[in-house]
Structure formats: structure tokens, C-alpha cells
Write a protein that binds this ligand. Structure first.
Ligand SMILES: [Zn+2]
Length: 449
């Protein structure tokens, strides 16, 4: 039996500090912190604003008196975090690990549109090998882990007769199983009805073991194809008992209404909580009368939403002169209606986002600005877009810093989420079942002014 004690953590913005006790990788106690060690716990406002000093190093010193242990038990290891913020691991609820790190190959996306990106990717796709996909995906995953991510939902383009990217990411899902949770969505980038053998490819992906079924109604040739593609995708998800995540209405066309079809099918089948509508940028352009009518259905259906505010701010509004639409879905209105919304990065260094880094802190920051969710409580709660809300979309079991759950959590170089957002706090440690998945130190800084 091994015991670890993580001391002086501010769990999810709590006013008070806690100690987390972990036994064999499981959280067994969360207790009020004992006396704060060292100078690291200087009250807010007296230390530097970009961090509270350096955390105490890991100590092998046995703890006496704080834990009741049999005398023959090995000593607990202790790490003191001096008042820093602990969060459950960050959840990436929408990314494309097959396209990552391909920016500029075969050429850059000069128009900055979604559709030029799809054309470029279609050319790059012809050159895929399993090794190529795995090597690039691992580079992206290392970036994501660096930013505290432990759960990743990746869409995988299945409009490929060989399903090369899918085979590669299925292998990687298994290889990473104990360290990073990878959830794969069969994503028909060029359509289900509008691509040769689209239905068969989607079915084969389901048979190969994807976690979720996708669709792309706004890209299908006709309104009829849009509806029938969603009907087929919902039927397949039910047949294989899979989750669903649809690239839904990612276009500035207010007449793109795949969402009402998806939500209706989910409602009628009673599977809303397993269904996600990603992007829904057309909702930005819906007239309010239609949106208010739609909102009733969305609430009844119980489906989840993923917004990708960084990438959609970049891709949408490209056909406008001025006024120029922002093209991000109505995150504030959906959230206020009690509907689950999470944030995703979407793309990391690929034809749709040359500057993606994997950091969902950056995505959240942009998301708050572009959706005008800058009220104090909106800022303070915004970490939920990339933690609890994403976990709900992904249907993650045992998520959160709670007794009885696996000891999965991250520690940031800040005392609050607001400070982490404002001052770009690094992730200092990421624990998976109590074991370090990633760690870094706060940078040494000196001002000469
Ligand atoms: Zn996407």
C-alpha cells in the first residue's frame, strides 16, 4: 500500500486550503489543511502577482501524527503546494488529432476559410500512413498534457477507403490507455450521403470500435441529404450503443438547420445526454424568433454543445464585409438555459488553425471575450467549460476531485482560476492515479527596472 499526501491545495477556487490523501492511486481523504509551510503561502497581494513562489519539492520524509498508519506500513510521501489551485484534469472535448501538425502541407490556407481547409486536408489525406498519423498525434498530445489535459475527444476523418487515420488512432488509444483517455469520433469530413460509400465507411468505423458517431449535415449536397445523413447516423449510434458528436451547422448560413433535426431525433430516441452538437455556428445567424422556438426543443432534448471559440472566430464571418459576424454559437444563452456547453480547441497547427497550441486556457480566455461572458462569476466559473462540462459531454465516469475517485488532478501556478487566466499560469503538476504525468517549475524571473 502506498500513501501520498498533497498538502495546501485550493481545490476548485475554494476559500480554504485542503490536504488530499491518496492511497494506491485513489483519493481516500480531503481534509482541511494543516499549518501552511514556508513562505509560499503569503497572503494574496503580498507576493508577486504571477505566482506565489515555488512549491516545496517532493519530500520523502515520513509524516508523523497526521495520518493513522500501521507501524509496518511504508511512510507516506508528502508534497506541499503552498496554496496553489487544484483542478480536475482539463478535458479537451473537440480536437482533430489526425489533421494536427500538417499546416502548410501541401500548402497554407490563404483564404482562412473552413472550405479551403477541407480542400487542403483532402490532398494531405492521400499521403497518410499509420506511422505519420501516430507521430503527429503524439506531438499534439504532449502539448495537450503540458496544458493539463488528460481526456481527449478526437474526431477522425473516415472519408478514406483505407481508414488509415482511424486505424492509427485506435492503436494510439490502446497504447495510451492508462495515461491519457482518448475518445474517438467517426467523422465523415466530406459527408455521409455526398461521399462515395459514406454510409459503409461510417459503419465500418463503428465495427472497428470508435466511441462516437459523427456527421456533417451542413456539408451534404442537399437539405434532403442533410436530414437523411442525420437519420442514418442516429440509427447507427443506437445500433452500436455509441455516443454521438456531430459537426453541426458550422457555417454562417442562418438557413442551416441540421441542429433541429439532430435535437428532434435525440429527443424522440431518448438519447439526448449521449448526443453532442459541435460548432453550431449558424445559431449565431439565426433570427431570435427562430432561436427562441428552437431553445425549447434543445432543453427538452438534453443534448450537449461544444463551442470552439478560437477557431470559429478565425473561420467564420469570412464572407461578410462589414458588419462582420463573430460566428460563435450562443454560449451565454445556452448556458443560462441550463444546457451543457464545453469549449474545445478544434485544431492544432493544421489547415484550420496555424497557431493552435493545445492550451484550453487560451481557448477559454478568447471564449469569454467573444461571447461577452466577462461578469465576475462568469469568469470565476469558466474553468467548468474545460473541466466538468467537458466530462459530462464525454460521459466520463469517476471524474472530479472527490473521495473514492482516482487521484487525477492538476495543480496550477496560481491561487485562483481568475489569476491563472489573467497571468497565464503554468501547469505545475498533472497527476494520473497519483502518478506524475507531467510536471514543470515556475519560471525564475528578475525585473531590472
Ligand atoms: Zn471540428
Amino acid at each position: 500500500m502506498s500513501t501520498q499526501i498533497f498538502r495546501n491545495l485550493r481545490v476548485e477556487n475554494a476559500e480554504h486550503l485542503s490536504d488530499i490523501t491518496v492511497t494506491d492511486g485513489v483519493i481516500t481523504a480531503i481534509t482541511p489543511a494543516g499549518p501552511v509551510a514556508g513562505s509560499a503561502a503569503s497572503p494574496a497581494g503580498t507576493g508577486s502577482r504571477d505566482g506565489a513562489g515555488s512549491p516545496a519539492p517532493v519530500s520523502g520524509t515520513p509524516v508523523s501524527g497526521t495520518t493513522a498508519q500501521p507501524s509496518h506500513a511504508p511512510a507516506a510521501t508528502v508534497r506541499d503546494f503552498g496554496g496553489r489551485l487544484a483542478l480536475p484534469p482539463i478535458v479537451e472535448s473537440h480536437v482533430h488529432l489526425d489533421t494536427t501538425m500538417t499546416e502548410g502541407d501541401p500548402h497554407p490556407n490563404e483564404s482562412g476559410t473552413l472550405f479551403e481547409g477541407i480542400e487542403i486536408w483532402s490532398q494531405r489525406k492521400a499521403k497518410l500512413t499509420v506511422e505519420d498519423v501516430k507521430e503527429r498525434a503524439m506531438r499534439a498530445i504532449r502539448q495537450q498534457v503540458r496544458f493539463g489535459i488528460q481526456y481527449i475527444r478526437s474526431h477522425v476523418d473516415i472519408n478514406d477507403p483505407n481508414l488509415t487515420a482511424l486505424r492509427a488512432l485506435l492503436e494510439l488509444r490502446e497504447e495510451l490507455r492508462d495515461r491519457v483517455t482518448l475518445q474517438l469520433v467517426a467523422f465523415p469530413q466530406e459527408g455521409i450521403e455526398s461521399y462515395p460509400h459514406g454510409r459503409e465507411l461510417l459503419r465500418t468505423a463503428a465495427e472497428l470500435g470508435v466511441d462516437a458517431i459523427g456527421a456533417i449535415p451542413h456539408y451534404e449536397f442537399t437539405r434532403e441529404y442533410s436530414v437523411s445523413s442525420l437519420n442514418y447516423a442516429v440509427g447507427l449510434a443506437q445500433e452500436f450503443n455509441l455516443l454521438m458528436d456531430v459537426h453541426c451547422d458550422e457555417i454562417d448560413d442562418g438557413a442551416s438547420r441540421g441542429l433541429e433535426t439532430l435535437a428532434t431525433r435525440a429527443y424522440e430516441a431518448g438519447i439526448g445526454e449521449k448526443v453532442t452538437a459541435s460548432h453550431t455556428t449558424a445559431m449565431h445567424s439565426y433570427n431570435n424568433a427562430y432561436f427562441i422556438r428552437l431553445l425549447r426543443l434543445l432543453k427538452m432534448s438534453g443534448i450537449n454543445f461544444v463551442s470552439n471559440p478560437m477557431v470559429n472566430t478565425h473561420l467564420q464571418g469570412r464572407t461578410d464585409t462589414y458588419p462582420k459576424r463573430r460566428g460563435v454559437t450562443r454560449v451565454k444563452e445556452l448556458t443560462e438555459a441550463g444546457i451543457n456547453v464545453s469549449f474545445g480547441q478544434d485544431d492544432i497547427v493544421d489547415p484550420w488553425n496555424p497557431l493552435g497550441t493545445g492550451s484550453l486556457r487560451d481557448v477559454t480566455l478568447i471564449g469569454l471575450y467573444v461571447t461577452q461572458m466577462m461578469g465576475a462569476s462568469q469568469i470565476d466559473h469558466s474553468y467548468r467549460f474545460i473541466t466538468h462540462n467537458g466530462a459530462r459531454t464525454l460521459h466520463l465516469p469517476d471524474y472530479g476531485i472527490k473521495v473514492g475517485n482516482p487521484a487525477n488532478f492538476i495543480v496550477l501556478g496560481a491561487q485562483s482560476w481568475r489569476e491563472a487566466l489573467a497571468f497565464h499560469a503554468p501547469v505545475l503538476a498533472s497527476y494520473r492515479r497519483g502518478e506524475l504525468l507531467f510536471e514543470s517549475t515556475e519560471p525564475e524571473r528578475a525585473w531590472h527596472l
